[in-house]
Design a protein around this ligand. Structure first.
Ligand code: PLP
Length: 223
């Protein structure tokens, strides 16, 4: 398996307007460097301590995204440098991120995660929950975070129509929030959807950011 070739193949299928986040979770630094040397500069990790370790070890012009669900006490590991946190789904977590951002004298970019899949999961907001959160007084106090868009994961299935519908739903949620809440905020522009198995469908349905791991780095032994 050759990471540079894989990357080329993936890039061929992604239009210019869509950003590729190379998901390097569980993969060693040597493989990340291989992708880096082939031109990839944006990477995603889902464990706070792994992300901190890779940030320390690897070139400083890498743009690091956090794509998982940090516990409150883990936000500090990546708060000084993280470029974007995908998958924020509570006011409590937003407050913690805001506090860590303040400590680091910066603004931290976040995406709100929505529950679009049929599968039971504890992660992700509904549109009503998101509106309530965004209209709350507590949210208005959080000056050191920027909500840059939405993120979601489709059901793990071979049923393309189902996946497509879920991505359509997420794009719809994005459009509603853009119109009703973020109309004058140019930074609210991202729809993070699509992984190795379904990113082509996601792009057809309006994804601006795909998170691709195994198609670049090969299969993982664990999530
Ligand atoms: C692991 C992961 C990915 C990448 O998955 P692949 O199927 O390997 O492309 C994307 N998004 C999230 C949130 C992940 O945890």
């Amino acid at each position: 398996m050759n990471i540079s070739d894989n990357l080329k193949q993936v890039n061929k299928t992604i239009p210019e307007r869509v950003q590729l986040v190379a998901v390097s979770k569980t993969k060693p630094n040597e493989l990340v460097l291989e992708a880096y040397n082939a031109g990839q500069k944006v990477f995603g990790e889902n464990r706070p301590q792994d992300l901190q370790q890779k940030y320390n070890d690897l070139p400083k012009d890498i743009e690091w995204h956090f794509i998982g669900h940090p516990q409150s006490k883990q936000v500090k590991y990546f708060a000084p440098f993280v470029h974007l946190i995908h998958g924020v789904d509570s006011l409590k977590l937003l407050s913690v991120i805001n506090k860590e951002a303040l400590k680091n004298k910066r603004t931290i970019n976040c995406l709100l995660q929505f529950h679009i899949a049929a599968e039971e999961t504890k992660f992700g907001l509904s549109i009503d929950e998101a509106k309530e959160l965004l209209h709350s007084d507590e949210f208005a106090e959080l000056k050191n975070i920027a909500i840059c868009g939405v993120m979601g994961m489709a059901t793990f299935t071979d049923d393309e129509d189902k996946i497509r519908k879920e991505f359509k739903d997420l794009k719809g949620i994005y459009s509603t929030l853009k119109k009703e809440i973020f109309n004058s905020d140019s930074y609210f522009k991202e729809v993070s959807m699509g992984m190795s198995a379904d990113y082509q469908i996601a792009i057809e349905e309006g994804s601006t950011m795909v998170r691709v791991g195994s198609s670049i780095f090969g299969a993982r032994n664990y999530i």
